[in-house]
Design a protein around this ligand. Structure first.
Ligand code: IMP
Length: 200
């Protein structure tokens, strides 16, 4: 088994890298991003309709390319009134016409136009996959329940955070540091930390 204690975060999304650095603080591993180790972009085409397959393939490809233990996340927003969309295609929802997070948020709010608060239920889901260079993988999953706000609020976080409202009325983009304690990624990360501790 490798004695290298670097943990590669298998994503090019700076929002996710920043969250993982905080979430994994104190886990006993040295968290690095692809750019920190000069890793050329690892092409992983997310063809699967499953978060699990996407997360595992991202983690395994990065572990193979870098020789480091690698952690990948596949996540998304599931809106009940839209039969679970955008789901696994959250990052690309709306195609090229909705190329930014605020454009995707506007599109989603438009689709829910006229839908009353009681029918705007939604959840964030995160599946985390850890791949170690010997080929073993570990997977943990978590969700957080909420609803889609009437309009975007808050300036923190990334992606759909400004339109995802928690039961206490704050959007994810209004939580600041509290996001890590409450979010889907935070909950799944706490379980992955247990695995990381056992692997050390
Ligand atoms: P992927 O996991 O790289 O396929 O991207 C998941 C997409 O889901 C992100 O690009 C965001 O649009 C959305 N998403 C996942 N987690 C969050 C979150 O914590 N806040 C806001 N949006 C999120």
């Amino acid at each position: 088994m490798t004695t290298d204690r670097r943990l590669l975060i298998a994503t090019g999304n700076p929002g996710k890298v920043a969250e993982f650095r905080t979430l994994l603080d104190g886990c006993g591993w040295d968290v690095v991003a692809p750019a920190d180790i000069g890793l050329p972009r690892v092409e992983v085409i997310e063809t699967s309709r499953s978060y699990l397959e996407n997360a595992v393939s991202k983690a395994v490809r990065h572990a193979e390319a870098s020789g480091l233990t690698s952690l990948a996340d596949d996540s998304g927003l599931e809106v009940d009134a839209l039969d679970g969309r955008p789901g696994v295609i959250s990052a690309r929802y709306g195609g090229p016409q909705a190329a930014t997070a605020s454009a995707r948020n506007a599109r989603l709010l438009g689709e829910l136009d006229g839908v009353p608060p009681g029918r705007r239920g939604a959840r964030f889901r995160a599946v985390l996959a850890l791949a170690i260079p010997n080929g073993e993988t570990y997977v943990r999953e978590a969700t957080v329940q909420g609803r889609i706000a009437a309009a975007p609020r808050g300036a923190e976080g990334f992606g759909y955070d400004p339109i995802f409202e928690l039961p206490d009325g704050r959007t994810m983009a209004e939580l600041g540091e509290d996001k890590h304690a409450l979010s889907h990624r935070g909950l799944a990360a706490r379980e992955i930390i247990e695995v990381l501790r056992e692997l050390r």
